[in-house]
Design a binder for this molecule. Sequence first.
Ligand code: PLP
Ligand code: ZN
Length: 558
Amino acid sequence: MTTSTAHKQIVLECANCHTLTPMQEFSGACPECGEVLVEARYDLERINPQEWVKSLRDRPSSLWRYHEVLPIFDTSNVVSMGEGVTPLIKAEALGASLGLRNLYIKDERQGPTGSFKDRQATVAISALMEMGVDEVVVASTGNVAIAYGAYGARAGIKLWAFFPALTPNDKMREAALYGAEIIKTTGTYDQTKQLAARFAKAKGVFLDRGIKSVAAIEAMKTMAYEIAEQLGQELEDGEHWRAPDWFLQGVSGGMGPIGVGKGFREMLGFGLIDKLPAFGMIQSTGCAPMVEAFRRGQRVATPVEDSQTVIATLATGNPGLAYQILYDYVDENGGYFIDATDEEAFNAIRILARTEGISVEPATGVTFAGLFKLAQQGIIKPDDVVVVNCSGHTLPVEKQILGERWQETVDLSHAETTPPVPAGDLVSAVRKIPGTLRRVVVIEDNEGAARLMSRLLVAHGNAEVYMAHDGAHGLALINEVRPDLVITDLMMPEVDGFAVIDQIRASEALKNVPIVVVTAKELTVRERDFLDTHADLLLQKGSFIDDEFIQQLVEQLS
Ligand SMILES: *Cc1c(COP(=O)(O)O)cnc(C)c1O
Ligand SMILES: [Zn+2]
């Protein structure tokens, strides 16, 4: 894929004072004001968007297929392992339980080192190759050092990696395996960055920070290109590209959403898409300077000095200019900054793993915990097309995620031993339900929600589930099956949930059947009164997910 682009022009624009510097002359900071956050500008008029899109089809599967809009002059300098072009996976079950019909997961776990930092590493290390740099210093909470370690090893570039105290040992060990020099500090991420800068200066070694913002923003931008292309295949005719309504990510330094926003802007300029997505940016409650500032309506964030989260990956206390860029983006295009606690993140990891078979690291758990909140609060609407950046893999599974009782050990030195039956968990609770209480009729017109409920009921107990998609069929089924439990939606065409409940309660044969109402409807006082007296349990859609839902049903059944 060697393409010499001798005529390509790349200029770096300072995010603070907008001074332009040709990339070849850039020395790590704006020559006017010293700002390190700069954005690359290309001579995009040279690209014919329609022809370019067609030519992409025959290119190798890596983010370098977009090389015309990446900060490299000669693609023979590219250090690549096929990173990028990750799957966009539709999340049916999780979407249904949140009341979202178009939920997609951009699976960045599938990169060479298991996080979306692989994108940054391939761009940064390739740029360093082009600059002739053979040694680099980086400050990292784990994933950047791992990715730079891997790409640095391929390129023969030596890496000095500085880590804050909170970094998990497993992450540092992985970076060490690639041959990086590992320096762990006793301080915060922000303090560690300062130490790395002092070390680089004293030793005369190139500091990653000098190209960090360019490499990171341009690399993360490729996610936007892929998403628009993939959604075009999924929701349009494949010829046209499409922006989602929402892009969500757990945010620390903010390079991901800044890059993604830049990518969508470029595509808008090319006429490839017709709008920009809203951004959902989620921070860890223990270190949420952006969320705090957003709540107060401020464009400048107050740095957090004493981060309280155990999730090192999201522990940037001082986001600097990155927050202003994102604040302005949200101001213009919509979006939200929201926080989630470590506990909420761990819970979200369990739910995601059990509904979608996708296991993620805590920083990504924060993203999903934020998704749950934005959906439940109605900020994300049921028909919105939502893309979640599934930014990193689980390994190692942190102890907190599973709790103490995740395994049983069986001593095989006694031949007759059989494994103990675990007590007190959900499955055993369902098994305790009397054998006669098994038939469940589910009346639900949303097919996704119906399928999820049925799947959960069958998976967690041995319920026989009978489905009806409207009230009339539901009543017929109830008369035929004589269920032990009825679960019904309220809003359905013709015979609605209220009518179903009325008729059950009016029938001599059926009037004692427990009824669970699951609804997304805003209830009036009269409707609520009716349900209080006529139904046994009311579950608001979106306010339950998986375990909680099953728990309540189990209580209902027993
Ligand atoms: C780096 C990282 C983040 C945060 O990235 P920013 O866009 O720079 O805020 C989130 N999740 C994972 C897994 C990461 O490695
Ligand atoms: Zn400047």
